[in-house]
Design a protein around this ligand. Structure first.
Ligand code: G16
Length: 544
């Protein structure tokens, strides 16, 4: 089959963000835009000829087209085999699972995660390396650098392949293997958790759950795992048919965008357990009856109880969390006598710690939890982990949470997002804090005294690489914190994130609403950073 060398010109906006390249679909639809980025990925890699690539995405609009483009380009660039999920579908954790299981050279994930989809929505593309995890910064920077020099891309002149029939097809010298997107991932989950016990819990008649796939990629996974393997009733699963526009929704599993599920769990005759995942299946939200578990608390509870599951019975090597995630897990690590690692935002920063066996569990405040079973965060894994613990402890989610707080203290926590604000204003806010912040030390705001203010920098303990300017931290003498940073995943203007945290050791004061408990810090944050002035907004867009 003839290899075509197509002339092209660089686009200057192809620097990957927190998690790959995310743009509006209309940006990706520009002539050669997708092809340029795919060729830049290949041009930044060495020694992949004849090797295996895994390709799949969350099924959003443009997914199928992108898979066809990548297949032709992978063949023209000399890959030996590409494994593709049927219909072009693979959740992000499933891509990670397949890369590891089949010892692939790497993988390409097509997703803009929880961002809305459709012709006017977002699309994204991300490269994962042989360990199954997102490419580290040195590779994403190399991809960007190639994208700025690109003059040609390679492709094959041929028709689209049939993505819907399992089995092997030939594309030039390359094999394309279409596989069931769900099977290998399901097998991995079965090895980690006690499916018999969870099945018994679901069959007991005493326990009801709801899982909301939000019309995104976890639908088929949830059907196979919860319904077929664990015996959940069909009405316990919501929105399990993946749609190219996610049913017009915003598949971000949080209190705002998963409102239908939240209403069910906080309504009359609420079920015992609720959970949701996002567009590409790597995020999770955990709910109990009239109870919300923050992702930071979820990490801490999973870590404290991990020994109750088959997969983690041997104990944990260490715990890692992103810097803005609350310090609840730190207390668990301390009690377990294991190391706690604080990394910048972005799952890619956990990769080295997991590969080196330094951390077993990882978590982020952005509804991401995972472990060394993969190199991506994993939504359904977290749901199964909770179900396994509930099946063993035979307690409600709220009871488990209360017991955890009584034992370790409660880290009240909230994130306030100001989405789509002016990039200049948000940039000024951060610059001002960066310059003037250190002088805040010793200043008092009501009951709070500033202990330090810095711009978080991280030195990777495995390879020594340094990542700077990862968020402004203001710490107070009582251990409370606030963090300001700009999101690296938005596609419009800038998104300012404010993370707030206050520690409460006294069980008598652990049942406040988080916003009430954090009210003073919220006021102080505005006073210090002049949020309203810089964002021109009176209130955050999303509070979680
Ligand atoms: C991505 C990254 C996460 C990160 C999140 C939010 O998640 O994989 O590590 O925490 O974005 O990043 P930011 O605060 O920069 O917007 P996902 O689920 O969007 O791929």
């Amino acid at each position: 089959m003839k290899i075509n060398e197509v002339e092209t010109h660089a686009f200057n906006d192809q620097r990957p963000g927190t998690s790959g390249l995310r743009k509006k679909v209309t940006v990706f639809q520009q002539q050669n835009y997708l092809e340029n980025f795919v060729q830049s990925i290949f041009d930044s890699l060495d020694d992949y000829r004849g090797k295996t690539l895994v390709v799949g995405g969350d099924g959003r609009y443009y997914n199928r087209h992108a898979v066809q483009v990548i297949l032709r380009m992978a063949a023209a660039n000399g890959f030996g085999r590409v494994i593709v999920g049927r219909g072009g579908l693979l959740s992000t954790p499933a891509v990670s699972c397949l890369i590891r299981k089949f010892q692939a050279f790497g993988g390409i994930v097509l997703s803009a995660s929880h961002n809305p989809a459709g012709p006017d929505g977002d699309f994204g593309i991300k490269y994962n390396t042989a360990n199954g995890g997102p490419a580290p910064e040195k590779i994403t920077e190399a991809i960007y650098s190639k994208s700025q020099q690109i003059q040609r891309y390679l492709t094959l002149a041929c028709d689209d392949l049939d993505l819907d029939a399992d089995g092997e097809q030939q594309l030039g010298d390359m094999k394309v293997e279409i596989i069931d997107p769900v099977a290998d991932y399901t097998e991995l989950m079965q090895n980690l958790f006690d499916f018999d016990r969870i099945r018994a819990l679901l069959a007991s008649g005493l326990f009801n759950m709801r899982f909301d796939a939000m019309h995104a990629v976890t639908g088929p996974y949830a059907r196979e795992i919860f319904e077929n393997r664990l015996g959940a009733a069909p009405n316990e699963l919501l929105n399990v048919d993946p749609k190219e526009d996610f049913g017009g929704g915003h598949p971000d599993p949080n209190l705002v965008y998963a409102k239908d599920l939240v209403d069910i769990l906080f309504g009359a005759q609420a079920p015992d357990f609720g959970a949701a995942s996002d567009g590409d299946g790597d995020r999770n939200m955990i709910l109990g009856r009239r109870c919300f578990v923050t992702p930071s608390d979820s990490l801490a509870v999973l870590a404290a109880n991990a020994h109750l599951t088959p997969g983690y019975r041997q104990g944990l090597a260490g715990i890692a969390r992103s810097m803005p995630t609350s310090q609840a897990a730190d207390r668990v690590a301390e009690r377990l006598g294991i190391e706690l690692y604080e990394t910048p935002t972005g799952w890619k920063f956990f990769g080295n710690l997991l590969d080196a066996g330094k951390a077993t569990l990882c978590g982020e405040e952005s509804f991401g939890t995972g472990s060394d079973h993969l190199r991506e965060k994993d939504g359904l894994w977290a749901v199964l982990f909770w179900l396994n613990l509930l099946a063993v402890r035979k307690e409600s989610v709220q009871t488990m949470l209360d017991a955890h707080w009584r034992s370790y203290g409660r880290n009240y926590y909230s994130r306030h997002d100001y989405e789509g604000v002016s990039a200049d204003g948000a940039g000024q806010l951060i610059d001002t804090l960066r310059n003037d912040g250190p002088a805040l030390q010793g200043k008092r705001y009501g009951d709070y005294e500033v202990a330090f203010c810095d711009d978080f920098a991280y030195t990777d303990p495995v390879d020594g690489s340094v990542s700077e300017k990862q968020g402004i931290r203001i710490g107070f003498t009582d251990g409370s914190r606030m963090v300001f940073r700009l999101s690296g995943t938005g596609t419009e203007g800038a998104t300012l994130r404010l993370y707030l945290e206050r520690y409460e050791p006294d069980p008598e004061h652990q049942s406040l609403d988080a916003q009430d408990a954090l009210a003073d810090l919220i006021r102080i944050a505005d006073e210090i950073a002049r949020i309203r002035h810089h964002t021109q907004r009176d209130a955050p867009t999303v509070i979680t």
